[in-house]
Ligand binder design. Sequence first.
Ligand code: FAD
Length: 461
Amino acid sequence: MNFTVAIVGAGPAGLAAAYELTKKGVQDIVVIDRGKAASKRNCPMPKNYNVCAHCDPCNIMCGVGGAGTFSSGLLNLNPYIGGDLTEFTKDEDEAWELVNLVDQMFLENGAPNNLFKPDTDKVEDLERKASSADIRFLPLVQRLIGTDNACTVIERIYSQLESRGVKFLLETMVKEIEEGKLLLENGEEIKFDYCVVCPGRSGMKWLEGQMDKMGIETQYLPVDIGVRVEVPASIMEPVCEVQPDPKFHIRTSTFDDFVRTFCVNHRGFVVMEVYEDHVGVNGYSFINKKSDNTNFALLVRVGLTEPLEDTTAYGRSIASQITILGGGKPLLQRLGDLRRGRRSYWSRIERGAMKPSLLSATPGDISIGIPYRILKDILEGLEKLDKVIPGVAGDSTLFYAPEIKYSAKKVLTNKNLETKIPNMFVAGDGGGVSRGIVTAAATGIIAARGIIQKMGLDKSD
Ligand SMILES: Cc1cc2nc3c(=O)[nH]c(=O)nc-3n(C[C@H](O)[C@H](O)[C@H](O)COP(=O)(O)OP(=O)(O)OC[C@H]3O[C@@H](n4cnc5c(N)ncnc54)[C@H](O)[C@@H]3O)c2cc1C
């Protein structure tokens, strides 16, 4: 089969690349994904809202919409969140333009219209409180699609692309990338003039191998290791009113390490993720189903130099250790128990102020699974945060582990995301150039524009 452009991965990066290319009239585009169409990905909308314990993990990460389909669908409309788009744009204005284009794509396909724009007075107040606790608050404009709406929005983007002539090869794994062609697992071969490789985090190891094979340089990025914190929703209400996913950046006192809040799910649910050799935790928030709790990740950034640079291997070793300690499930501990040096039991957790939203975790002791420095950072970070969000570091606060955000190895490219192999571009989380829906989609657009430019279709150039 011959195509002008082959896109590997139908996540936000791949879909946005195809969207941009079709807008410029590029024909003969194929998008290949190892997963299914969004409507056939039978995963979430769970009976108990703690989905991932019960289903095929590939349904969560793979298929049309990629990892974004069953995410909270929170769009962080900022070029510096989830990466730094200005690395690949001529200036900041272009980076903002890309963010707006991505937002537009979701809006055109049914994303809710209401935007969360922080109220200036409330932001100033929160910034003041945060600064006095030595914390940085990042005010952001956000749009929440919601886990329950994301699938429909993705379906519409998919139909829209099909109606523009894009061909989708689903449930089709790309095995090898070579100059000018892709070898599929089913034995078929796809020839292309241009290729955008965007396999997301589920394909990052595979991509790394392919890049090594072709002599394209990659470099390790830091890993974020921490816990998912769960508190009664009333504690987070005042800050979530200002911003649905409030982002706080903290420097810890003892080690001067960087700790941040991430992926706040106000009135949401903690979920278990199942990987090949370990489990993890994450959070979901739905538009139509609410819990009495709020959860968020509290993450410590860890970069490694020598002798071990491989931050993924380090993160995985911690995740595996915690998985062993939890008997194949995530560990759950009350902060009060952790402070007193004792493990948690269901009986102690049940006495607390709140019912955990993830009941398939194992009460235990996370301090024997998380390295000292990281745990110290988490505790110090949360104590500081308590000055801004009173009650967040109370004894009943729950910690779930492991919560680890891996970064793919960053593929070295030019500003258009073209690798040293001519006409081969990378985009999205798998190539280490983004860490979120908006930035992944924006890098897809950057790669598409690189192709458009090379094809001579860019009239502005
Ligand atoms: C539970 C969860 C919640 C999240 N919540 C949010 C959120 O609220 N906001 C936010 O901004 N981000 C969120 N994220 C992160 C966000 O989903 C990702 O940053 C984003 O989806 C990355 O887009 P991508 O296109 O780079 O990769 P992906 O979305 O991972 O898509 C990559 C696609 O490539 C396919 N693929 C991989 N290898 C191959 C191969 N060899 N052959 C064929 N196909 C292949 C995969 O099947 C997949 O469909 C969440 C992630 C998860 C897991």
